[in-house]
Structures are given as C-alpha cells and as structure tokens.
Design a protein around this ligand. Structure first.
Ligand SMILES: NC(=O)c1ccc[n+]([C@@H]2O[C@H](COP(=O)([O-])OP(=O)(O)OC[C@H]3O[C@@H](n4cnc5c(N)ncnc54)[C@H](O)[C@@H]3O)[C@@H](O)[C@H]2O)c1
Length: 372
C-alpha cells in the first residue's frame, strides 16, 4: 500500500446497507488509514444502531436519500439491493461523491450506462466490488497468465453452483424487478468478471444462454436459517431463474462456458471455480464452501513430462482489497478509466444472456438486439 501523507484530509464515507455487503464495506473502510465511516443507512433499526455502535459511526439514517444528501461526504458506498444501485450511485455522483458499488453494477446495461455517464460527467470514481477476483488464488492464476506460463488461454470454464443456496426466499433476491435476475446476475457476474479479468478483457462477441427455474418456484433450494429469517419478505412468488448456463464467444477465437446456480440436485456445498486451457499450460481453481487453501493446480510440461504445480495460496480479503484500491485511486486524483466501465461491460453480457435465454437463440453483442 502507498505511504499515507499525514497532511491528507480523512476521506469521509457513508455506507448504505446493513446486510453482509454493507457490513463488509463498513469493516473494510474502518481498517484503512485516514478513512472515516461517518454515516450509515438501512431499514432495520436495531441492526442500524448495532452496526453504528460497533464501528463508531455517528450519523445513522433510515433511508439512503438522507445519507446521500449530506454535503460533507467524499464517498458513498452502496451495499443495497440491486434495484437501488443506479438511483443511489447517480444521486451520489451528482452530489460530487465517489462511489463504491456492490456487484452487479446495475440490473441492466442501460442502468449501468447511466451510472458510467454520471461518473464521467461528475469526474468522480466508480469502482465495483468484484471481490472474488481479489482472492489470493485468483491472483496466483493472474500472475501465471501474465508471466506466460499458460501461453494463450483459449478456453475457460467458470462455474458457481450451490445445492440449496437461494439467498432469501421471497426477499428482494427472488423478485425480478428488484434483483434484475437470479444466480446469473448474482453469482454469474462474479464468474464472468473473473474469466474476463484473467483473460485480459477480451471483447464478448456472442452468447447463447439457457435459464431454468425448476426448484425455486416449488419452494425448494432455500438456504434457510439466517438468510430467510433476516431478509424482509417482499413477495411470495419466486420470479427469477435458479440455474443459468451460457456459451460465450470472445474476441480472438477464445470461448467461455459459464454455469451459475443457486439450487440444483448436486453435492450439498457451495462451490465455484475456473478451468483455464492455454497453449502452454492449463490451470484449475476449485473453491469449496469459500475455502482458501489448496484451491489451485497448474498443469504444464517440465522437461517434456506432464507436471502439476500446487501453489501455496496466501488468503486475501476481497472487500478490503477492493476498498483499498478504491481509496488509492481517489487519493491519486487520476479518475479517468475509473468510471465503472468494467461493470457496464459485464451488465451488457448479462443482458445478452437473458435475451438469448428468452428468445432461445444466440445473441451477437454487436448485432441488432434489444435487451429484454
Ligand atoms: N461482493 C460480495 O461478496 C457480495 C456479497 C453479498 C452481497 N453482495 C451484493 O450486495 C448487495 C446487498 O446484498 P446483501 O446480501 O447485503 O443484501 P441484504 O438484503 O442483506 O441487505 C440490504 C440492505 O439494504 C438496505 N436497504 C434497502 N432499501 C433501503 C433504502 N431505501 N434505504 C436504505 N437502505 C436500504 C436494507 O435495509 C438492508 O440493510 C447486493 O447488490 C448483492 O449483490 C455482494
């Protein structure tokens, strides 16, 4: 991390959201030098007081509008449901604040585009909490690719699958209007991000996607426990997919196979990973139940003989790494290229996937299509 200058003014942060995401934002900003979480907003009064007390946040609000209206904030950090990302981010940017936004940047490409435009107009930073790419094992894969150990990566499989992992049955997560979609937009966005990041941002040329809603609508596949109890019920219909699969063509002839599911009859675990096939080597990352050790294998030839490398991984905290880079970017003062463009690209891919699934056809991103 850069050395801090003592004369630097503390960065004043307001966090919206009291769930897992909001708390991770609070916790991460609290740990960074010269950064002060000074405001917090959320609907659950008890949790608001509890988190405010724990992290020493002096100003507590029941709505995001009151928080964003504060003129003394440098940063608004968005850990709210997906339908609020665009309104909160745009309002904060118009008020001259920098924005750290949870993934997905927005429910649709059109909404994400409005955020990016607002960031450019205001000359402020928008970063997205793509926390999984910050993992120690993903960083080891990235370094292997950068150093040429895999050669040219031409095919990737990226998957995130759960047995019973619907995150709040009847909550905003399963409401199409509020969430924008199911596991594709929730988990798939992390895996699309990871794959494109590892492959150095190839263009997405076309997608062929299918979605399924087989368990959720029958009340199956719920994670249960805290998730269902702590989340406000907004409806009783399960309106989104519970599994999505896509075949994605990338520039340069490379391809990506994507699978994202909250619920399916499979092992009782919560697993994600990527498989990379390159011209000089391959790699596999398998993360079981968010484990951090022994997750990567690199496949190569040593003296003409197949060899397997099992790198030792140093775990990293995703939200802390994201928050640290965000703060460094603000302090450097060079905001160009930090306008949320990567979140917009992922949102367009997801739009194309949902269109492809609905229309039962391949969608070319440069072609003539309208997001559904
Ligand atoms: N990067 C990650 O690892 C990660 C992990 C979990 C969730 N997320 C993302 O974070 C976001 C939130 O997810 P979550 O699981 O924390 O959800 P959650 O439902 O647990 O929490 C959402 C919070 O938003 C608050 N909220 C809703 N409407 C509000 C309003 N009008 N004003 C102020 N606050 C309001 C709620 O009170 C609640 O505290 C989602 O976009 C999700 O995709 C990211």
């Amino acid at each position: 991390m850069q050395t801090e200058r003592v004369s630097e003014k503390p960065l004043r942060v307001g966090v919206v959201g009291l769930g897992y995401a909001g708390e991770m934002h609070l916790k991460s900003f609290s740990r960074l030098p010269n950064v002060e979480p000074v405001a917090l907003a959320g609907l659950e009064a008890g949790k608001l007081r509890e988190l405010g007390g724990r992290y020493g946040v002096p100003n507590l609000y029941a709505s995001w509008e009151e928080l964003v209206a504060r003129a003394d904030l440098d940063v608004v950090s968005v850990g709210a449901p997906n339908h609020l990302h665009a309104p909160i981010a745009i309002s904060a940017l118009e008020g001259g604040k920098h924005v750290l936004c949870e993934k997905p940047l927005a429910r649709t490409g059109a909404e994400a585009e409005q955020i990016v435009e607002a960031a450019r107009k205001a000359n402020r930073v928008v970063h997205i909490a793509f926390t999984q790419r910050e993992r120690g094992d993903v960083q080891v894969l990235k370094r292997n690719i950068l150093e040429g150990n895999l050669g040219r990566v031409y095919h990737v499989k990226a998957t995130w699958m759960r047995r019973n992992g619907i995150p709040g049955m009847g909550s905003w997560f399963t409401d199409k209007e509020m969430a924008g979609g199911g596991p594709l937009i929730d988990l798939g966005v992390h895996m699309i991000d990871m794959a494109l990041y590892l492959m150095d941002e190839p263009e997405v040329e076309s997608v062929s996607c299918a979605t399924y809603a087989e368990l959720g609508p029958r009340g199956r596949g719920s994670r249960g426990g805290d998730d269902d109890e702590n989340k406000t019920v907004v409806g009783d219909a399960y309106e989104v997919e519970d599994l999505a699969t896509a075949f994605i063509r990338l520039s340069g002839g490379a391809t990506l196979n994507l699978e994202a599911g909250w619920a399916a009859y499979r092992e009782s675990s919560d697993d994600f990973g990527v498989t990379l096939y390159g011209t000089d080597g391959g790699a596999e990352m398998r993360v079981r139940n968010y484990g951090t050790q022994d997750t990567v294998r690199i496949y190569t030839d040593v003296v003409g003989v197949p060899a397997v490398v099992a790198p030792e991984i140093t775990p990293r905290e995703g939200h802390l790494s994201v928050a640290r880079r965000f703060v460094e970017t603000i302090r450097k003062g060079e905001y160009q290229g930090h306008d949320g463009e990567d979140g917009l690209r992922r949102a367009r891919v997801i739009d194309a996937c949902y269109t492809s699934a609905l229309e039962n056809r391949e969608v070319s991103l440069s072609g003539d299509w309208e997001a559904v």
